[in-house]
Write a protein that binds this ligand. Structure first.
Ligand code: PLP
Length: 285
């Protein structure tokens, strides 16, 4: 089946879906994006994703390209046209097309919108989750506003490739203070020897993951001990469990960090249960 992309008001076959060479996303990474999980054909946690999109745009002094409700409709139509059942929908908004100049383009320049959707191989993801993943660590060399979900992801690209080169699935950024910030495309969590679930506060050194925020609500509902604080790499080495979260993988157990086993080297019971129950806590539209 040929895939369809939404590009600036039109649904186009993927081979014909193009953006302009002077799109500011292409030239300056001047844009933001969202990735929502699709489950049983329905978008997961749309409300939270739209709120984050609105915040990212406003931090870059951009407006919503259309109302959140209208964007939701287009995303659902893109999901439908691509017959996505379990996968992701990707949305990107840039500051539009204009002659190359670092400062903002003239007022009235239309933003450029691209939406794509695809199925993900759930059997492979489940197999990965039951094995758990290895992560490596890299110095956090990103700018100080990674709370904005911009399409400028070069450090994340390099970190993910470093992980791949070392046979791992994810890279954790570690800041100059020796604290783990987050993964290249995930938020980072540990479960301490005492059984407390820990993740870094949503400051400007991490992306405010939607999966992260849903999981924090889930932990409260399940009465699990939880601390929102930065943790060191040494704490992660000594943790009973570790895991990462993202919209495309929900809760993914981590079984090795820089080649050292976490806990007994197998996915732990807390991460496994949180993964199993995650969708009882998320909102499906
Ligand atoms: N941190 C980074 C750097 C990410 O790129 C992502 C997802 O793309 C996340 C965290 C997880 O965010 P979410 O749960 O909204 O997918």
């Amino acid at each position: 089946m040929s895939r369809i992309a939404y590009v600036n008001g039109r649904y186009l076959p993927r081979h014909a879906a193009m953006v302009h060479i002077e799109d500011r996303g292409y030239q300056f990474s001047d844009g933001v994006y969202e990735v929502c999980e699709v489950r049983a054909g329905r978008m997961v946690d749309e409300r939270r994703h739209m709120a984050r999109l609105q915040r990212s745009l406003s931090e870059l002094r951009m407006g919503m390209p259309m109302s959140a409700a209208a964007l939701g409709l287009v995303m659902r139509e893109t999901i439908r046209r691509n017959r996505v059942r379990d996968g992701i929908v990707y949305l990107q908004v840039t500051r539009g097309v204009a002659r190359r100049d670092h400062a903002f383009p003239p007022a009235g320049t239309a933003p450029a919108i691209v939406i794509t959707a695809r199925n993900l191989d759930q059997a492979t993801i489940e197999r990965t989750a039951s094995d758990g993943i290895a992560v490596i660590t890299v110095p956090d060399n990103r700018w100080v506003r990674v709370d904005i979900k911009t399409i400028g992801l070069l450090p994340n690209v390099l970190a993910k490739q470093a992980a791949r080169d070392r046979g791992a699935k994810e890279a954790w950024f570690v800041d100059a203070q020796g604290m783990v910030t987050e993964g290249a495309s995930t938020n980072a969590w540990i479960v301490t020897a005492g059984g407390t679930v820990v993740t870094r506060p949503a400051d400007n050194k991490i992306l405010r993951g939607i999966t992260r925020s849903v999981l924090i609500d889930a932990l409260a509902e399940q009465g699990l001990a939880f601390e929102e604080r930065a943790f060191t790499l040494d704490e992660a080495f000594a943790a009973r469990e570790a895991f990462v979260t993202s919209a495309s993988q929900t809760v993914m157990p981590v079984v090795r960090i820089d080649g050292r086993s976490v806990g007994n080297g197998a996915p732990g019971p807390v991460a496994t249960a949180l993964r199993r129950n995650f969708h009882h806590h998320s909102e499906w539209v």
